[in-house]
Design a protein. Sequence first.
Length: 263
Amino acid sequence: MTELNAKQEEFAKALFKAYDTNTPLNEDDWKGVVTDDDTAYAVQDEVVKLKGKPTAGYKVSLTSKETQDMFDADSPLYGQQVAERFLQSPADVDLTTLNEPLLEVELAFRAKEDLKPTDSLEDLFHKVTVAGDLELPDARFVNWFPDLGKYNVMSDCAVGGLVVYGEERDADKAFASVDDAANVHAVLYKDGEKLKDGVSSEVLGNPFKSLQWLVQKLADQGKTFKKGQMVSSGTFVLPPKLTAGKWEVKFDQGFGDVVVNAK
């Protein structure tokens, strides 16, 4: 267990206050406070403890080479989320309650039973539900994207904002096989105008690999991905800034549409 020094404890409290009051921090005030992965996750754990609510799920970030290169990373990272940060589509989002949100097109998984680090991709395929989602990343820092340092991203619960998810289906009914999860195509619209499209293979080649990475990473830290918890597994596209309007993503393979009305 990584012990935090006084400055790192202060950082965790500042992150929680920024989250609680929606008053962002200046990164220059906190540069160099956290300089390794283990300490960053320990700060994140402290922030979650200060929220006083159980972890309802996770988000996985840096699941493509492009995003890893942006943050000088060689692996994904995760952030813990509380229940009120997961919303069913269609969702109305008040932009004044967020800082500087982005928008990402993803697949979300929910565990039907506790997941184990020994689970194969095939095991996971039978143990989760799957849904299309729009994730709204948001940091507790001003002018954070794309220059926020990796360790501050990790400390800040992987810049978790909101996750808006569509209809959930058993994964082994939604897909004929694990491999099919790599071939979900999605098109993103803003106020009816097509902005971007992407495919789920952008997420580590297959979003189930993102889920497996998370389950194993949590186990390394003495944690369990528990029954009922959800994860937004990684973006198909580079995220645009979330602005006022109707955002809609249309998925194929029966996942339907996911809608965010930002005001």
